[in-house]
Design a protein around this ligand. Structure first.
Ligand code: G4P
Length: 527
């Protein structure tokens, strides 16, 4: 097969949602179609329960699950589908944001009862940063949810994107009858409680099908005809190009739990979603079809076996062919590496892969060479862009409690922050360490892992900061003066870029207007 054919076969995407909207359930149903699992219940949620925060063994167990399920690959309809899993818990949102840099499109699950929730909006903002194409799946139609037209308005308003329904529900809750496929003009009737792939479905062809009334009742048939006319009139034709450019989001309705509306979603997804795309680097744009291999690391996970210090780096292949046992260039370190046991996440195949193609994710065993954001190439010197660090929102100062173990603590905190669990900022040439995260749960995890994996005990003391902003200026003198004047609130990030800690949103706005020559950035992606 040619490289182009391999690329054409692949689709790499993430399913995202506010916790509890049905991401895990939908993932499981998609895997059922791919035949990777035989029955429902095989995919474990990687949700971390609030109540389990103090139970560190639980965190460890959850971590184990999230390694196993963080990439799931399967074949369906002649395509290789790579689903990248993202943690739903908001304290791990940064991990989700980074994973979104490694996909070509997204399926966003929305609960029809709750509508657009807080985390949905934030995730959507991240998709919009790089115009990632989005398909919306409105889930839980078997519940008494909102009116579909109201939901459409809410999606457009809160997610700031145009929508285009491609299916339309017939009633909801107890009276949910099915979804009408607006493209194929047919209706599948809903039969609750089916969780296998081979469900029996009654099909009605077109709105003029004489059995429509008998199947859904004359009232629902009437409403459906009116709705369809309204939808076709109000939303116009589906613009595929606008979807690919992230300007319009097709919408599907269904019930993941009942495996309803999922097949329509999957099949339409395969026909409209983007192929593995090229990406920007600091030198030039690299296209997937280029023959030379390149890729980047978007996630690092500690090996669960505490006797081994090796970690697993998740590499997204962006161009060319990745080959096992062949030297590749580690651009940041300027050295050549080769991997003898790269593995794939194909449930039905043996794990070690000899080759991987654009769109694929391979797991690489790493002994400490790789960091999130690292680029591997066939030799050319360039770095992939757009693996941002986001402004943390919770800050604590790290204090070493065991002076005999300060080396272990240094090493541990460095490695854990390289995994992306938190961000490390230093002041006073490293004498003062400030750890920033998007949620407080990470501090428990860090403390636990420092002790168990590195033998280092530490304490975290809360700091009264609300935001960390990367600061730049076209005027080096102005930047220097600002840094000197605000010394106690300035630190350096892992790449020695200066960062300002703001105490509140209000203070940040005040500083912005008071220091017009200084630019304050809430992500590190400002180059
Ligand atoms: P998440 O990964 O987005 O957090 O959501 P998850 O799939 O775990 O689903 C959250 C809850 O919503 C689960 O119930 C799940 O069974 C339920 N759910 C998912 N899809 C549907 C649907 O189409 N209709 C209805 N009525 N419920 C749905 P749970 O009680 O929290 O967990 P479980 O004990 O059922 O696993």
């Amino acid at each position: 097969m040619t490289l182009q054919e391999e690329i054409d076969k692949r689709r790499t995407f993430a399913i995202i949602s506010h916790p509890d909207a049905g991401k895990t359930t939908l993932t499981e149903k998609l895997l059922l179609y791919g035949g990777s699992i035989r029955e429902a219940g095989a995919v474990k949620s990687n949700k971390i329960d609030r109540s389990a925060t103090s139970d560190f063994m639980e965190i460890e167990r959850q971590r184990g699950i999230s390694v196993a399920t963080s990439v799931m690959s399967f074949e369906y309809g002649g395509k290789i589908i790579n689903i990248l899993d993202t943690p739903g818990h908001k304290d791990f949102a940064e991990d989700t944001y980074r994973t979104l840099t490694a996909v070509d499109s997204v399926i966003l699950v929305v609960d029809s009862v709750k509508g657009v929730e807080e985390q949905t909006e934030r995730l959507m903002e991240v998709c919009r940063m790089r115009d990632t194409p989005v398909i919306v799946f409105v889930n839980k139609l078997d519940r008494e949810g909102r009116l579909p037209l109201d939901l459409m308005d809410e999606l457009e308003e809160k997610l700031n994107i145009r929508v285009r329904p491609l299916t339309w529900p017939v009633n909801r809750g107890d009276r949910f009858k099915g979804v009408f496929n607006l493209v194929e003009q047919n209706l599948y009737l809903f039969r609750p409680g089916k969780s296998t792939v081979e469900e029996e479905r009654v099909l009605i062809q077109g709105l003029d099908d004489p059995t429509l009334e008998a199947q859904v009742g004359s009232e629902d048939a009437q409403v459906l005809r009116e709705d369809v006319e309204l939808v076709e009139g109000a939303y116009g034709d589906f613009d595929h190009q606008a979807y690919l450019e992230g300007r319009v989001a097709p919408v599907f309705f269904g019930s993941a739990l009942n495996n309803f509306g999922v097949r329509e979603l999957l099949e339409t997804f395969l026909s409209i979603s983007p192929l593995p795309q090229g990406r920007e680097t600091d030198q030039r744009r690299v296209e997937a079809e280029e023959s030379d291999f390149s890729g980047f690391v978007f996630k690092i996970h500690a090996n669960l076996d505490p006797r081994h210090r090796d970690r697993i780096a998740f590499l997204r292949v962006c161009s060319g062919v990745f080959e096992r046992n062949t030297f590749v260039r580690h651009v940041r370190l300027g050295k050549n590496l080769r991997f003898s046991n790269p593995y794939s996440f194909m449930a039905s195949r043996k794990n070690v892969v000899d080759q991987a193609f654009p769109g694929d994710v391979v797991g690489l065993y790493d002994r400490g060479d790789l960091k999130i954001g690292d680029t591997l190439t066939a030799g050319e010197q360039f770095m992939y862009q757009g693996i941002p660090s986001f402004s943390p929102e919770v800050f604590r100062e790290l204090t070493n409690l065991d002076p005999m173990k300060s080396k272990q603590l240094e090493k541990g905190i460095r490695q854990l922050t390289e995994e992306g669990l938190a961000q490390l900022f230093i002041q006073d040439q490293g004498r003062r360490k400030i750890v920033g995260t998007v949620g407080s749960l990470q501090f428990d995890v860090i403390q636990y892992r420092l002790l168990n994996e590195y033998g280092a005990s530490c304490r975290f003391d809360p700091l009264n900061f609300a935001r960390a902003c990367w600061i730049t200026s076209e005027d080096p003198g102005a930047l220097r003066a600002f840094m000197e004047f605000r010394g106690s609130q300035i630190a350096l990030d892992r790449d020695e870029n200066p960062v300002y800690f703001a105490e509140s949103e209000w203070q940040l706005n005040y500083l912005r207007s008071d220091n017009p020559k200084i630019e304050f950035h809430l992500t590190s992606e400002f180059k």
